[in-house]
Design a protein around this ligand. Sequence first.
Ligand SMILES: *[C@@H]1O[C@H](CO)[C@@H](O)[C@H](O)[C@H]1NC(C)=O
Ligand SMILES: *[C@@H]1O[C@H](CO)[C@@H](O)[C@H](O)[C@H]1NC(C)=O
Ligand SMILES: *[C@@H]1O[C@H](CO)[C@@H](O)[C@H](O)[C@H]1NC(C)=O
Ligand SMILES: *[C@@H]1O[C@H](CO)[C@@H](O)[C@H](O)[C@H]1NC(C)=O
Length: 905
Amino acid sequence: MHLVWRNIFSFFLFCHICLAVVKDNFKECEQSSFCRRLRNLKPGDSKYVLNLNNLHVSENSVETELWNSEENVKFKLVLTALAGDMFRVYADEVSPIYPRYRVQGVLNGEPQVERLDVLKRDKDEVIVQSGDNKAVLKSEPFKIEFYKASNLVAVVNGRGLFDIEHLRTKKSETEGEENSLQKEDAGAWEENFKSHHDSKPRGPEGVSLDIHFPGALRIYGLPEHADKLALRTTGLGGVEPYRLYNLDVFEYIVDSTMALYGAVPVVFAHSTTNTVGAFWLNAAETWVDIKNSKDQNVVSSLVNLVSGQASESSVDAHFMSESGVVDLFILMGPKPKDCAKQYTKLTGVAPLPQYYTLAYHQCRWNYITEDDVTTVVKNFDDYNMPVDTMWLDIEYTDGKKYFTWDPIKFAHPDQMLKNLSSTGRNLVVIIDPHVKREGGYFLHEEALANDYYVKTKDGNVYEGWCWPGSSSYPDFFNPTVFNYYKGLYSKLKYENVDSDVMIWNDMNEPSVFNGPEITMPKDCLHYGGWEHRHLHNIYGIVYTAITYEGLLARNPNKRPFVLTRAHFAGSQRFAAVWTGDNNADWKHLAASFPMCLSEALAGISFCGADVGGFFNNPEPELLQRWYQAGIWLPFFRAHAHIDTRRREPYLFAEDIRNRIRTSLRLRYAHLPLWYTVFYEHERFGEPVIRPLFYEYPNDSEVIDIDNQVLVADSVLVHLISEPGATTANVYLPGGRSTYWYDIRDFRKREGNGFTSVPVNLDSIPVFYKGGSIISRKNRPRRASTLMHKDPYSLYVALDNNKSAKGTLYIDDNESFEYKKQKYLYLQFEFKNNELSSSLIDNTDYESVEWIERVVILGAPTEVSKAVITSKTLGSVDLETHYEGDALIIRKPGVCVREAFVIKLV
Ligand SMILES: *[C@@H]1O[C@H](CO)[C@@H](O)[C@H](O)[C@H]1NC(C)=O
Ligand SMILES: *[C@@H]1O[C@H](CO)[C@@H](O)[C@H](O)[C@H]1NC(C)=O
Ligand SMILES: *[C@@H]1O[C@H](CO)[C@@H](O)[C@H](O)[C@H]1NC(C)=O
Ligand SMILES: *[C@@H]1O[C@H](CO)[C@@H](O)[C@H](O)[C@H]1NC(C)=O
């Protein structure tokens, strides 16, 4: 069975007309009847009218009636002020024939409301205020304008594309013209509600809304797409709207607005003076049209704009969803940082991961036996290359039955785990949602017996094809199934082993090989009688929530690690994501930065791309460049398809090995930085990696730059994504008074914009920002877990005032004790020729590591020595010397948790 499937899939994967296959398997807007209908709405005066005579005012919200004047249908509209400078706009039918689906479990709790005052109120207009944010509701045509102080920053229904297709009692006129792809769309609505509700048919129920962002230069967001970071104008040149529909796309193409595995319906409209966000909370298939006034032919077609500002730049976003309610959050900014924090306030942050999960992960489809796993690790050791975690893809199971082990190839999982953890290594195994329909398989039998599976529209158990062949899919929306499945993770518990098996959730879009668009039919039925169409995009996040909770229940003292392919807004609370099945080519390497930057802006910082590319064999230069870049994304894993040649980094020639080893060690040296930034992400809600515009919002030159990432605000990395590069055109932001130090030679450069930097095969351009202090652990080891007792080195990169600041976070690296004040959060500061350390919080953690070195970049000249003062050391003279422009202070010898001052003399 397995072989047959592999051949079928190899055909798909390696055919010469893959592009066509990829495109033909998936819909365009025109082929999706709701998208076609909603996209054909004409801009102009809205047919919707707000009845402002009838306004209900409460402390936090105003509620009023919204009337579709053409069809005489009533809706209610609620505008609520939320804490943290946000508004929520909610609209639903007043008396629907059937309730519309409201998304559950995505928000991180019910948002906190804020006081709202009504400033003006008559039949044409209501003005409300909350803090320095204002909203103006206009009656006819219906519109809501949002102001930050006195600046108009967003207009809901600015182009008049708002629509809620109300549930009708008769069939839609759009039916009957469906082709085979379209059958899954609104066409099937009639049948299924016959069997599951009553005999009344349910008509088209799309929702559409446009937002105009006056003044915006660019708009970002809407992961997951293999596209540039700045979203482009759709419609022009046949560019499809950005599609949000979690799909398993074989060999996805880059520079495309096609749907991928994840869907996060949030955008950030940005100008050098203002940034504002919009989060469209809807779990159904969604398409988003973007119009940027900079793009040709767009300005002239933008009617109905704010009068007198026609020549000003602006961006429009038009959201179109197949069903659900209108639930929109406006994030009032005014800077990218504010928007990021507002968004994570709504959807949550990634909990601090275990330290080792930030180190290097080695994966392949598949490590075929226990011996294989052992041998790979031993080779890493023999070649002095660090690795922390080994991964097992689907072949470790007994015939693709999850929660089982192959009885021959993986007969001693407990022993294998013990062996791994005895050298400080860890194990991640794959668990997918499809369940093999095989008699005797406990999971299938229990699911059948207890009625746990998703149903077809006729009420039978749904059957699809996936890795195991015939499979069914548990209905994770059923709380009983949720709890049952959660409990299964205790099967992967092994006593007396230091390390717990962690989990990789794949195929959770869900992927169904013989399903429409390789996924579940939209008319399948879930708990509560809801059709799959309403909640497709959150099937994956619910599945990862189960995994996270299951791992926590299995061991409440260790922070779970979960990797997921399908994701939605809020997935960061449960799992890291990777960019799925990419390809070993330069374009996919280039796409890895914008893809993860887009995820990071949308709350999902723990992101990486398969190093080397999943499909096909990378040429050695590409592989080296991929390692050099991959170490600067938060999740760092190499992975490869079963039909590729082995490519563990020790297998290559010596020069290549040396370069990859150097990259791995650079990652490991910076683990204290990564860990600190992840802690700060959890605490403050800012992304771990950031595009330039995030830190330099008033610089109009950076708005399209997405081949560079900043780690927090202190490390700048420039991606090399073409062969044979000898120079790189690096953008160094901040102006002349901002310094950037090349980490190879500590040469100082000014933030003068585009700068030509020489490169060779050995490295890619990486800079520390002047003004930052970065903590490193430089001693090479086999695994991060073996570095914990190693001393720290501090890199003090001085700014133009000869000062710098930095933080370091330390705890036990694995448990939840840090929530009980068992951690150290240190601040290092350099000014007036003194480096000092102090505690940010009044907490303690018994860390015994000492500081072995301080490296000062851009140091004052003619320093002859340094003097350290601390409680236990007293005052001690320290040796210093210069290496190039850097001043080295040798062996301060102070314990990292002790306050100290080092004075340069
Ligand atoms: C564990 O390590 C021991 C000692 O090296 C070896 O004999 C054994 O085969 C290993 N077991 C597994 C399951 O990897
Ligand atoms: C951007 O802001 C910084 C200070 O935050 C200022 O020094 C700089 O001149 C500004 N740049 C532009 C182009 O306005
Ligand atoms: C956790 O890791 C940090 C960084 O390596 C280290 O300083 C600390 O001592 C570690 N804690 C434990 C319990 O190993
Ligand atoms: C340097 O100091 C001046 C004056 O205190 C201040 O305006 C400037 O922002 C500082 N520069 C940096 C990079 O912090």
